[in-house]
Design a protein around this ligand. Sequence first.
Ligand code: SAH
Length: 246
Amino acid sequence: MPVYFIRSQQIQDRRLEISGPLAHHLRDVLRVRPGERLHLVDETEKGYVGEVESIDRSVLLVRLVEPLPRPPFSRLSITLGQALLKGDKMDWVIQKGTELGVSRIVPLISRRTVVHARRGKEGGQLERWQRIALEAAQQSGRWNIPQIERIQDFSAWVQAAPQKAVRLILWEKEPAGKDRTTFEARPPDTPVVALVGPEGGFEVEEVNKGIGAGFLPVSLGPRMLRAETASLTIIALLQHCWGDLK
Ligand code: SAH
C-alpha cells in the first residue's frame, strides 16, 4: 500500500488539506473518492490512517482517523556512492535502490564516467532524481525518502567519507572469499557506504585511493556485473546482513 508524504504543519485539529502534485495524483490518477482511506506519513516519520472527506478542484480534505503502525524498517543507514551512468540507468538505480531501502545516493564523477553533468543543468537533473526517489519511496511504502546529493568528484568525496562508517568499494578484480572479519565486525548502528563504478569501471588508482581512505574492496563474485546490477546487489546484501531483508 503506498504511503503519501505530508508535512506535520499541514495538520490542524486532526485534519489536513492536500494540494499540489499529490492532490492531482490522488484525484486524477488514482481517482480517489470521499470515504476512501489513505496511509500518510509526516517528516518526523509519524504515520496516520486518513479518510478523504471532500475533494474539490485543487484540494483534498482528509480527516486523520488513527495512527498507522510502523512496519519493521531497519535503522541501517546505507549510502550508495554511484559513479554517473549513461542514459536512464541512473534513474533506474535511484528507483530500485529506493525500493531496497537505500538512505542516500551520491552521484560521482570518476575517471571513466562518460556522462559529464551538463554544467549549470545539474539542478534540473537533481530535481528529477529527487522526484524519482520520492515516487519510489511512496510506491514502496517507505516512511522516509532517500536524499539524492549533488554530483561530486569521486576522489574528493572518497577522502571526505565519514570515518565512522563501514566503507566498501566494489571491485571486480578483488579475489572473492577474502577475510571479512572487518566487514562482519561492524558495530551496530554504524552507517555503511558502498561505492560502485561507472560502465567502464574504476581505474586501479581509484581503487587504491579508496583503500587508502579506508574503503574495503569487496567482490560480488566471479561474474562481471553491470554497474546497476552491482549497486542493487550490494544494497540487498547489506540489508540482508544488517538490515531488514532477512
Ligand atoms: N570494468 C568492467 C565493467 C565494470 S562494471 C568492464 O570492463 O566490463 C561497473 C562497476 O560494477 C564496477 O566498477 C564495480 O564497482 C561493480 N562490479 C561489477 N562486477 C563486480 C563484481 N563481480 N564484484 C564487485 N564489483 C563489481
